[in-house]
Each structure stands twice: as C-alpha cells, then as structure tokens.
Design a protein around this ligand. Structure first.
Ligand code: FAD
Length: 340
C-alpha cells in the first residue's frame, strides 16, 4: 500500500510496540496519524516477554486487556538455584497488591502485543505502511519535511510533527543530531524459545541458575511446555558467528544440572547488552519514543513496557496540541516526565 497524502498531522516512524501504541493513543484522542515501517510486515520474533501492571492498565483503558490476559500466563514465582541447589524463592502473585488491578507479572510475548495493537489500529481504520523507510528529515518552526522511500519510489511528506519510534538505531535521532550516550557490555548472551520435554520444569515459575559454570534463566512461556531460556555464552564460543543451540546445550547442563530435552526450537539468537539514552527526547517538532530514546538490560522486563508507556504519555498531549485544545508547551512535559 502506498501513501496517497502529501501532508500529515503526525508521522510515526516505526511500527514496533512503541510506534503501534503511539498510533493507538493518537487515534483514541481523535488524531489520524501516518505510521510507516521499513519491514515487509509484522514480526513473529517473541523478543520481550513480561508485560507489567502499568501496561495492562493502559490495555484496560483501550478495551483490549482481556485478549492480552487470555493469550498469556502469570508467572507465579521465582526460584533461585546455586550450583544445582535451590537456595531461595519469591512469590510473584501479589506484586503491588492494592495498587493495581493487575498485581502480577504477565508473560505475553512482544509479537502478541504487536498483533494486539495492530488489530486495534485496523479496527480504527489506521493502516501501517510497511516497506516504507524514512530516509531523511529537516524541520523549521512550522513543519517537518520527511523524505520517504516506498518500495523503490522516493516520496516527500510534509508533517506537522514526527515521532521517532524507530528503535535503537533511530534515523530520526541521527537526523536530529541527538547523541545516544552510554555503553555496550563486553559479555555475550544467548536467547532460546523452546518446547521442552523436562518433567522437572513444571509450573509457571521463573527459574534462575548460577554457579561456577555461568548463569541462565528459564521463563515459562504461555504455550504448552514452552520456555524462554537466556544465559551467558561460554567464553570459548563468544564471538563465534552463527552459533547454534546445540553448541550451548552442554554448557546449559553444566550450569543447571538439567539434561535439556528439546522438542522444538522456535527461536535461537545471541545478543549483547547495552545501556544508552538520548541526550534529549525531543527537538522542536520531533520526538523520540521507546528504544529510539533509551535502551537497557532486559533484566526487569522493562524494555518494551517503557516504550509503551512513553507513547501513552506523549499521545494525549500531542493529540491535544494537534486538535488545538492544549498549548504547545504541554509537549515539554513529555521529556520531563519520561527521562529518568
Ligand atoms: C533478542 C531480543 C530480546 C529481547 N528481550 C527482551 C525482554 O525479554 N524484555 C524486554 O523488556 N525487552 C526485550 N527486548 C527489547 C525489546 O524488544 C525492545 O525494547 C522493544 O522492541 C522496543 O520497541 P520499539 O517499538 O521502541 O522499537 P523496535 O521494536 O526496535 O521497533 C522499531 C521499528 O522501527 C522500524 N524502523 C527502523 N528504522 C526505520 C526507518 N528508517 N524507517 C521506517 N521504519 C524504521 C524497524 O523496522 C522496527 O520495526 C529484546 C530485544 C531483542 C532484540
């Protein structure tokens, strides 16, 4: 699908969770944005797993929380194991009781969150323009001129505002010359989404293992016998291109003491951890939201959640300004409230 407009009130660059939520919030407040993404379509990579209470509260306001709850599962607790022996456990069933309607950690993959939000957009007649890339932008006090590439065709688009939800390598942030200050940790980790046949791994508990051999964590997935496993890559295999699951299984056995029986390997990847934050979350008529503004360790499960909550914060303010119900100065409160 090709954009037919030459002008828009708001251009959202990136249809990951932050961009989809940004579009959803603008729609809720009566603004029809244009949202683009350089991918061919939605992702099926699970990525982030934990949905926090604040995000579920937003879903409730949008009328979509029931589907999110039905499609996921609650983590009951966390068990800490050292050198194959359980040393402590923690209940996760009443986290924040009396402060939220959702006092638990809900396990519901990022790909499902994206589908949920995408369906909300579809129901509100807001298409995502896939295979459409922001190439460059320049702005003045009145407007932003964006240069897009739709398939192989160049396309100029005049925008009142631009929201960069285009992830850690954000072109919006780079075009605005906003530094992304921080660092990358040296160690490399693996992530595997697996179906297992291990009777010792029952229940909806997060299992953490550490010891002389290394560390790993097992998160139960909503699917039958499904587990997300993360762990350190043994030093001998660090930096090895195209590392395979089979190569880390002996290491995983040494860390956990469990002979991992894999029925199906849904996703295996390796990654490094970063902590970086944009020096500013906005400049004139452009804003940064989600990973475009900040990236950090997935421990605590806040990566996707903070992006969704950034979008919720900016959405009603930007809609109010676009609809001429609020003064433009309200937009300054976005960075003031969302920057740590
Ligand atoms: C392997 C892995 C595991 C993870 N695990 C966890 C976890 O367990 N818990 C957690 O909280 N977080 C996790 N994360 C992080 C989480 O996935 C991110 O925080 C989240 O995706 C951020 O969402 P976003 O919408 O801000 O950015 P993204 O999801 O990166 O979306 C950005 C979108 O912008 C598009 N785009 C980029 N440039 C352009 C352009 N020029 N024009 C048009 N479109 C563009 C991209 O195609 C992409 O679709 C994980 C990430 C990875 C990679």
């Amino acid at each position: 699908m090709v954009i037919s407009e030459q002008r828009t009130k708001v251009l959202i660059v990136g249809a990951g969770p932050s961009g989809l939520m940004m579009a959803a919030q603008l729609l809720r407040h009566g603004v029809q944005p244009i949202i683009i993404d350089n991918r061919k379509g939605p992702t099926d990579q699970s990525k982030a797993l934990a949905v926090q209470a604040r995000t579920l509260e937003i879903y409730r306001q949008m009328g979509i929380v029931d589907r999110a709850l039905q499609g996921g599962k609650q983590a009951n607790g966390m068990v800490l194991n050292q050198d194959g022996r359980e040393v402590a456990s923690l209940s996760l069933t009443d986290v924040g009781k009396q402060q939220t309607l959702f006092p638990f950690v809900h396990l519901y993959q990022q790909s499902k969150n994206e589908r949920l939000l995408l369906d909300f957009l579809t129901q509100n007649c807001c298409p995502v323009y896939w295979d459409t890339t922001l190439v460059s932008l320049k702005q003045n006090e009145q407007q932003v001129e964006a240069e897009l590439l739709s398939g192989t065709d160049n396309m100029p688009l005049i925008c009142d505002y631009v929201v960069g939800t285009d992830g850690a390598h954000s072109i919006v942030r780079k075009q605005l010359n906003i530094p992304f200050t921080g660092d990358t940790y040296a160690n490399e980790f693996f992530l595997a989404d697996l179906e297992l046949n291990n009777e010792e791994l029952t229940g909806m508990q997060v299992q953490l293992y550490w010891g002389k051999a290394g560390m790993s964590a097992f998160f139960p997935l909503p699917e039958h016998n499904g587990y997300r496993i993360i762990g350190n890559i043994p030093i001998a295999s660090e930096g090895k291109p195209d590392l395979q699951l089979e190569e880390v299984l002996p290491h995983l056995k040494a860390v956990t003491g469990i002979d991992i029986k894999v029925v199906h390997n849904n996703w295996f990847t390796t990654y490094k951890l970063h902590h970086r934050m944009a020096d500013k979350f906005g400049l004139q008529r452009c804003f940064l939201v989600g990973d475009a503004a900040h990236i950090h360790s997935p421990v605590g499960g806040q990566g996707m959640n903070t992006g969704l909550q950034d979008a919720y914060n900016l959405g009603w303010k930007l809609a109010g300004v676009v609809n001429r119900r609020l003064k433009e100065t309200i937009l300054d409160s976005y960075a003031a409230e969302r920057m740590p």
